[in-house]
Design a protein around this ligand. Structure first.
Ligand code: ADP
Ligand code: MG
Length: 421
């Protein structure tokens, strides 16, 4: 190790208490400290936050962190403050602050105390903030969830498109883009929009070798099939995703009637019930949560043993995110999706009310899901290829962990194989 490496290891320990970097963190941090534009693609849970937090803490000036969700920003600011005796080390700048609070934030930045300033993209466009930020030293701008820039991402936010213009007004500051969306199209969009084709790019593997991928044809008997599956995983935690609130309610009820402890979760339930059901799942008072995609953001239960898609997801990114909630601890994680072309038509009908450009993107993303469901090749290879990653289907880690590979002949046999797992 040279002296710089020793230095950042020491700071890692000092601020975060970790003795080792995870994955590509060290390389990313070295790039940022070298004042280079940097692009980081790592799966959820990969440790992206630390990639900008550590260099922000040890550099001169304030780092601006753009993040789409106020709740996420607040969590991060609290986490950073807990590492330090100074509250002013991290701040959020958003529309909910009072005048007095804004004055305090500005004071802390000007005095050099604030190392991280979290802002929502819409706040960053405010002229008075821009004028202020021009007058203070900025170490870099980190754009978290950078896929929000792209219409091809799963969470397009038009305000993100304007960020580059504002950053330009701040002078020559390095930009760090971070995302867990790995499709080549989204990556291209991000680099183009942020005008950083010169960026040092760091991409971690998206392979999750402990996850087993399986697709079953959806029939009328889907509910009894699911019940059988859950009974084979007795006492294990699992999530079942459904497309509609109504389906969530009816599946949860069928499971309950059949002696499985399950609760529903969707945005139609009041906040108190939602929080209660989420806690019951986390505390293992129930085994199964039946949910719409409203469930899962920020859920960090390490021992989810299965994720079932009762209905197909609208894109492979969503599928990867949702199945990614299984097996976080490295243990077994069975990802089972039910597929019927009728569901595809249903989703297409949903989309037909949307603007044409959005529809086209939606259809294209959906076609990839169809291709995944219908493929006879290694599902892991298919998924990773979609994320621009070549997977060695023979010797790669987890190569035999899907229905197509384990049993290439018929679906019936593939089912029997699962029972033996
Ligand atoms: P991402 O934003 O990529 O989804 P996070 O930044 O939220 O991931 O980090 C995920 C988890 O990994 C956090 O609990 C964080 O504390 C932990 N983590 C990050 N870096 C390290 C490290 N070097 N050693 C151990 N744990 C780490
Ligand atoms: Mg993150």
């Amino acid at each position: 190790m040279n002296s710089n490496e020793i230095e950042i290891h020491k700071e890692l320990k000092k601020y975060f208490g970790f003795s080792q970097f995870k994955g590509l963190q060290e390389q990313v941090i070295t790039s940022i400290l070298g004042k280079k534009n940097t692009f980081v693609i790592m799966p959820t849970g990969g440790g992206k936050s630390l990639c900008y937090q550590l260099p922000a803490l040890i550099q001169e000036g304030t780092a601006i962190v753009v993040s789409p969700l106020i709740a996420l920003m607040k969590n991060q600011v609290d986490a950073i403050r807990s590492l330090s005796s100074e509250n002013g080390i991290a701040h959020v700048l958003n529309s909910s602050l009072t005048k007095t609070e804004i004055t305090q934030v500005k004071k802390d930045i000007t005095s050099g105390l604030t190392k991280l300033l979290y802002v929502a993209p819409e706040s960053l466009t405010k002229e008075e903030y821009v004028a202020f930020l021009q007058s203070v030293p900025i170490s870099f701008v980190a754009i978290d969830e950078a896929h929000c820039i792209s219409e091809w991402g799963h969470d397009f936010r038009p305000e993100y498109r304007n960020l580059k213009n504002i950053i330009k007004q701040l002078g020559k500051v390095p930009i760090i883009g971070l995302t867990a969306t790995a499709t080549p199209k989204v990556q291209e969009d991000i680099l183009k929009n942020l005008e950083m084709s010169d960026a040092n790019t760091f991409k971690a593997s998206f392979n999750r070798p402990n996850l087993y991928y399986e697709v079953r044809t959806k029939t009328k008997n889907i509910e009894s099939d699911i019940i059988r599956f859950i009974k084979q995983h007795k006492g294990k935690s699992g999530i079942i995703y459904c497309l509609s609130r109504k389906k969530v309610e009816s599946v949860a009820e069928v499971l309950q009637v059949n002696g499985i402890s399950a609760v529903p979760y969707h945005a139609g339930l009041d906040a108190k019930t939602r929080a209660k059901h989420q806690d019951m799942f986390l505390m293992e008072d129930v085994d199964v949560v039946v949910a719409t995609i409203a469930f899962g953001m920020g859920i960090d239960k390490p021992d989810v043993r299965f994720v079932i898609h009762h209905d197909i997801p609208k894109s492979l990114e969503s599928y990867y995110q949702e199945t990614g909630r299984a097996g976080r601890d490295g243990g077994e994680g069975h990802c089972l999706a039910y597929y019927s072309y009728k569901d595809v038509e249903k989703l297409e009908k949903f989309m037909s009310g949307k603007p044409v450009a959005e529809q086209e993107i939606g259809f294209a993303l959906l076609q990839e899901v169809v291709a995944y469901a219908e493929t006879s090749m290694s599902r892991r290879k298919f998924l990773l290829h979609y994320f621009g990653e070549e997977f060695d289907g023979e010797n790669g880690e987890g190569a035999d962990m899907d229905d197509n590979v384990r049993n290439p002949k018929t679906r019936i046999e593939a089912k029997e194989q699962v029972v033996k797992l």
